[in-house]
Design a protein. Structure first.
Length: 192
């Protein structure tokens, strides 16, 4: 802890004859100047760590043209399959939606059926929910088919959307709107 000198608080009185004059307190000496510290060279940067043996390979590049772009016969066959599948799925979606709507209209809001088959009156509600869910799945399939038709038009049909490898023709014939190859599809849950 540093201490500082404080000037005494003395009331100035007029000087008397014959009194000795006191010399004022000497001013403190200026502080010694410290020489600037030598600049120390920065420590060398550590060498970058070597990549681990299990490094992630670089992401494959997305091809601009699909593997079957030069096979118009195969693409035409797939287009026909997709259009046929779209007609079926669209019809299912509309039929299931209409059935769900008719179930809702048949049942009055406060109408509850208490019988052996109905339990607590949930049969019609369960059927309606099932029909709505199936209708939504069919509509999602229609959207997938539309996307596949767009890929045929853009000449990118048949390329896996994850690894960018070609999807085998056998898989495309079985599921013409497949987005992933078998290896990527079996690797986890994802879109078709």
């Amino acid at each position: 802890m540093t201490t500082t000198k404080l000037a005494p608080l003395v009331k100035a009185t007029p000087a008397r004859k014959g009194a000795k004059k006191v010399a004022p307190a000497p001013k403190p000496a200026p502080a010694k100047q410290v020489a600037p510290a030598k600049q120390v060279a920065p420590a060398p940067k550590p060498a970058p760590a070597k990549k681990a043996a299990l490094s992630v390979p670089p992401a494959p590049k997305r091809p601009t043209v699909g593997p079957y772009a030069k096979e118009p016969k195969f693409l035409d066959e797939q287009r026909v399959l997709l259009i046929e599948e779209r007609i079926v799925c669209q019809g299912q979606a509309e039929d299931l939606r209409a059935e769900a709507d008719s179930l809702a209209q048949e049942r009055e809001p406060g109408d509850v059926q208490f019988d052996a088959e109905g339990g607590e009156g949930g049969t019609a509600a369960v059927d309606r929910e099932r029909d709505l869910a199936l209708s939504a799945q069919a509509q999602a399939a229609v959207e997938e088919i539309d996307d596949a038709l767009g890929r045929i038009t853009r000449k990118t049909y048949g390329t896996c959307e994850r690894c960018y490898q070609s999807v085998p023709k056998a898989r495309l014939r079985a599921l013409p709107y497949a987005r992933l190859c078998v290896a990527c599809k079996s690797g986890g849950l994802s879109r078709r």
